[in-house]
Design a protein around this ligand. Structure first.
Ligand code: C5P
Length: 232
């Protein structure tokens, strides 16, 4: 069953915690991205864990292998359940991340899942600097590599999920760019409704503005969950 992740893309820690409290018991996952983490720091991750959420730290690591390995170690120590790194960091960087989480597994049964960002869902065809391939083809190639490098899954558009799942069985797909019918795409370009993303094989759906900007975030989240359940 696909799991819903709410992106806490808010400019204040108290606003993020208040939204989380509102969604507690309904939405299983919260995502903390670069804005909120920069504002609020790792204590927020602990607060969300204590509220019973699974925590996705979306900092999209992209650096030399040593630095990424150390950052993955720090995220694991903070109790993060899932984190992102860029597939374009390459094999040595991704394998280092995997080696770090494998070395933790001996001490603790829980380790963060590692998800490689393929092509940001905000890219339209022709917008990736220096890359002639379509976003879908490029994402497919990166996903195959990500599996070879030991990542648990990839971040991709729902539009690419079916091809990725067919080519790389066992690789999990986490899809942002989710837009319920009638909601604004904003800066996202490769979007899909929750139902279509689930039908395409998405394992996790990340939703920010369609929940955050709804008149009732709780109602918006409920409607998305109903759509996910009906599509299974
Ligand atoms: O508001 P919206 O639903 O577009 O939010 C999507 C969230 O997913 C944002 O927090 C964004 O940073 C994140 N994300 C994304 N595309 C990726 C990876 C992460 O939109 N490829």
């Amino acid at each position: 069953m696909a799991q819903l992740i709410v992106a806490l893309d808010l400019p204040r820690k108290d606003a993020a915690l208040s939204l989380a409290r509102n969604l507690q018991g309904l939405v299983p996952w919260c995502k903390v991205g670069m804005e909120l983490f920069t504002l609020a720091g790792p204590n927020l991750l602990t607060s969300l864990k204590n509220m019973g959420f699974k925590v996705f730290l979306d900092l999209k690591f992209y650096d030399i292998p040593h630095t990424v390995g150390r950052a993955v170690n720090a995220a694991a120590a903070a109790g993060v359940d899932l984190l992102t790194l860029h597939c374009q960091g390459g094999g040595r960087m991704c394998r280092e991340a995997r080696a770090v989480v494998d070395s933790l597994a001996a001490d603790s049964p829980a380790r963060p899942l590692l998800f490689g960002v393929t092509v940001l869902t905000s890219f339209a065809p022709g917008e990736m600097p220096g890359i002639a391939a379509s976003p879908a083809d490029f994402a497919l190639g990166l996903a195959a590599s990500a599996q070879d490098w030991g990542l648990d899954g990839v971040v991709c558009s729902g539009q690419e999920a079916a091809r990725i799942k067919a080519a790389s069985p066992g690789l999990l797909c986490l899809c942002p760019g989710i837009r319920p019918a009638g909601t604004a795409a904003g800066d996202q370009r490769r979007v899909m409704t929750p139902a279509r993303a689930v039908a395409a094989g998405a394992d996790f759906l990340v939703v920010g503005r369609p929940i955050l900007e709804a008149p009732s975030p709780l109602e918006a989240a409920r409607r998305i969950l109903v759509e996910i359940n009906a599509a299974e």
